[in-house]
Design a protein around this ligand. Structure first.
Ligand code: NAD
Ligand code: FE2
Length: 383
C-alpha cells in the first residue's frame, strides 16, 4: 500500500439507473424535473435505429418537446460542437440528453459546456489549465450509453479534436458530469460484433491501465479488478453469442473502467490516440491492437500488480507474460488482429505516430516513464 504522505481526491458522484428497460424512465424524469425542452444529441447511425425512434416517440407522448442533433463525425471535432450549440440556441432548449457511444456523448458534453461558455472551445482545454474558465452554470445533462466501451456516460471530460490538425483536446470540469445515467443493456443488444469487440477492449484497457496507473487509489483499484473480471467472463459471449447477461456485464464494466480511470490511464492510450487522429482508426480498435504490447512494456517492476490481474482473470500462468498471452488470445477469439499493419498502419507512419504518442496526455500516469524511443519500439514491434 502507498504511504499517502500526500492528499488525493476521490470522487464517485453519478446516479446510475441500471437495468433492462431503464430507458423507459427517461420521460418521467424529464417531466418531473421540468426539463421539457431537451436537445437530444446522438450520431446519425444511432438516430436511425428502432430503439432511438421509440425513445423519441415515448418522449413526445409525454409532451416533451424534442429536438435531435446528430450531425457529428466518427472522431468528433470542434465544428460539430459549434453546430450542436447553434441547434441548442435556435430551438430554445433547456437541457441536453446524450444518447449513443463515446463520440455522441462527448459531443453532447461539449455542448453542455459551450451552452454558457462562448469563448473559443479550446480555451477550456484541460491540458492548458482551461478547466478554471468553466465558471458559469451549465444545462442539466442526462446520458444514455449505447455501446459499452468508453464509459463516457459517467465521465466529466469530452475528447474533441481540432478540425484541421486533428489533435485531440480534453474539455474537463466536474460540472460536466451527467445528473443521471439511464443504462439499459437492451439498447446494446444489436451492437454489431466488430463494434462490440472494439468497444469492449477499450473498456478492458481502461480497467487494466487504471489498475496499474501511478496514482494511489485503492477504491478505483478494487473497481478496476472487478471490471476486468466481468469483462473476462462476458466479452467473448457479448461478441459471438450475445445475451442480456453478457451485454449487461459489459455495460456495467465499461462504466467501472471510466470510474476507475480518474486514477489515470497509460502507455496503451497514448499509443492508441495518434491512430485515431492520424488515420481515423476507431478508438477501441486502436487500444485493442496495442494493449498486449503496452502491457508487455509495463511488466518489469510491477510483477505483483500483474499477478493480481492474472488471478482476477483466472489465468493458469499468474504472471505478466500470462496476461499478455491472454490479451493476444482474447483478441483472436473476438476477431481483432494482432498487428497494426492489419488496421492500416504503415512503416512510414511510425515517426509521426511516435511524436504524437510522446506528446499525448495519457502516458504521464503510466506506472513507468515512456520515452519517444519506447513508443517507436512499441509501434515497430506491433507493426
Ligand atoms: N470522454 C471520455 O472519457 C472518453 C473516453 C474514451 C474514449 N472517448 C471517445 O469516445 C469515442 C469512441 O466511442 P465509442 O467507442 O463508444 O464508439 P462510437 O461512439 O464511435 O460508436 C461506434 C459505432 O457504433 C455505432 N453505435 C452506437 N450504438 C449503437 C447501437 N446500440 N447499435 C448499433 N450501432 C451503434 C455508432 O453509430 C458508431 O458507428 C472516441 O471519440 C473517443 O475519443 C471518450
Ligand atoms: Fe479509451
Amino acid at each position: 500500500m502507498p504511504t499517502f504522505d500526500k492528499i488525493y481526491q476521490f470522487n464517485f458522484p453519478t446516479t446510475i439507473r441500471f437495468g433492462v428497460d431503464a430507458v423507459k424512465e427517461l420521460p418521467d424524469y424529464l417531466a418531473k424535473n421540468n426539463l421539457t425542452r431537451p436537445l437530444i444529441v446522438t450520431d446519425k447511425t444511432v438516430a436511425s435505429l428502432p430503439f432511438f425512434r421509440k425513445i423519441v416517440d415515448d418522449l413526445k407522448a409525454s409532451k416533451i418537446s424534442v429536438e435531435v442533433f446528430s450531425d457529428i463525425h466518427k472522431n468528433p471535432v470542434k465544428s460539430d460542437v459549434y453546430k450542436g450549440t447553434d441547434a441548442y440556441d435556435a430551438s430554445k432548449r433547456n437541457s441536453i440528453v446524450g444518447i449513443g457511444g463515446g463520440a455522441a456523448l462527448d459531443v453532447a458534453r461539449a455542448i453542455v459546456l459551450r451552452a454558457n461558455h462562448r469563448e473559443d472551445l479550446f480555451k477550456y482545454d484541460d491540458l492548458i489549465g482551461g478547466d478554471v474558465f468553466v465558471t458559469n452554470e451549465v444545462p442539466p445533462f442526462v446520458t444514455i450509453p449505447t455501446t459499452s466501451g468508453t464509459g463516457s456516460e459517467v465521465g466529466r471530460s469530452a475528447i474533441i479534436a481540432d478540425d484541421e490538425t486533428h489533435q485531440k483536446k480534453i474539455l474537463f470540469s466536474p460540472k460536466l458530469l451527467a445528473r443521471i445515467v439511464f443504462a439499459d443493456p437492451m439498447l446494446t443488444m444489436d451492437l454489431p460484433p466488430a463494434v462490440t469487440a472494439a468497444v469492449g477492449m477499450d473498456a478492458l484497457t481502461h480497467n487494466m491501465e487504471a489498475y496499474i496507473a501511478k496514482m494511489p487509489h485503492p477504491i478505483c483499484e478494487g473497481i478496476a479488478l472487478e471490471g476486468m473480471s466481468l469483462i473476462s467472463k462476458s466479452l467473448e459471449r457479448a461478441v459471438n453469442k450475445p445475451d442480456v447477461e453478457s451485454r449487461a456485464n459489459m455495460l456495467v464494466a465499461s462504466m467501472m473502467g471510466a470510474i476507475a480511470f480518474q486514477k489515470g490511464l497509460g502507455v496503451v492510450h497514448s499509443l492508441a490516440h495518434p491512430l485515431s487522429s492520424l488515420l481515423d482508426t476507431h478508438h477501441g480498435l486502436a487500444n485493442a491492437v496495442n494493449i498486449p504490447y503496452g502491457m508487455g512494456f509495463n511488466i518489469s517492476g510491477f510483477e505483483e500488480k500483474f499477478r493480481r490481474i492474472a488471478r482476477t482473470l483466472d489465468l493458469k500462468n499468474e504472471t505478466g507474460d500470462g496476461v499478455v498471452d491472454y490479451l493476444f488470445d482474447l483478441n483472436s477469439r473476438i476477431g481483432i488482429p494482432h498487428k497494426l499493419r492489419d488496421i492500416g498502419v504503415k512503416k512510414e507512419h511510425i515517426e509521426t505516430l511516435s511524436d504524437l504518442a510522446f506528446a499525448d496526455f495519457a502516458h504521464p500516469n503510466n506506472p513507468k516513464p515512456v520515452s519517444r524511443e519506447d513508443f517507436k519500439q512499441l509501434y515497430s514491434k506491433a507493426l
